[in-house]
Design a protein around this ligand. Structure first.
Ligand code: HEC
Length: 131
């Protein structure tokens, strides 16, 4: 009985907010780009191919495909954008809202980590969050 209730709660939670649970689990992973100096360079070219249309060539949120959207594509150069590489990677995997696509099934996970490392590298050293 208790077990059934537990399963029910689990099912309800995953139905209502699976991306939150998924993102939480994702954050437990080891960052494969941690000691890889080439990751940000590789991430930059994948970013240009898959993300710049909305987020802009310079990652400042001004891509042509982002203009007609209700939500503004994130400006990764803004001083207040200080997310860690794993948090950025989790977002890319799971997407956000209606307009930020979930790339989990579309790009290899390693590519997603490289893009996240690139976007994190754009943050100013004084404001960049710890790994
Ligand atoms: C179709 C346009 C579009 C494409 C393509 C797109 N994004 Fe986004 N992205 C958005 C929008 C719009 C938001 C803001 C969503 C919101 O706040 O509701 C966003 C938000 C994000 C965020 C969340 C920022 C945060 O921490 O809150 C990240 C990270 C991100 N995008 C990364 C990427 C990456 C990396 C790619 C390419 C793999 C990409 N996006 C491709 C439109 C797009």
């Amino acid at each position: 009985m208790i077990q059934n209730r537990f399963l029910f709660v689990l099912a309800a939670l995953s139905f209502a907010g699976c991306s939150h649970i998924g993102m939480g689990l994702f954050l437990l992973k080891d960052d494969p780009t941690m000691n890889d100096p080439s990751a940000a360079v590789l991430g930059k070219s994948s970013y240009q191919a898959s993300c710049a249309g909305c987020h802009g060539d310079a990652a400042d949120g001004t891509g042509p495909d982002g203009k007609g959207l209700i939500a503004r594509p994130t400006n990764f150069l803004a001083p207040e954008y200080t997310k860690s590489t794993p948090r950025i990677a989790a977002r890319i995997v799971y997407g956000k809202g209606e307009e930020m696509p979930a790339f989990g099934g579309q790009l290899p996970e390693k590519t997603i980590w490289q893009i996240a490392r690139y976007l994190h590298s754009l943050q100013r050293p004084s404001t960049a969050a710890a790994e």
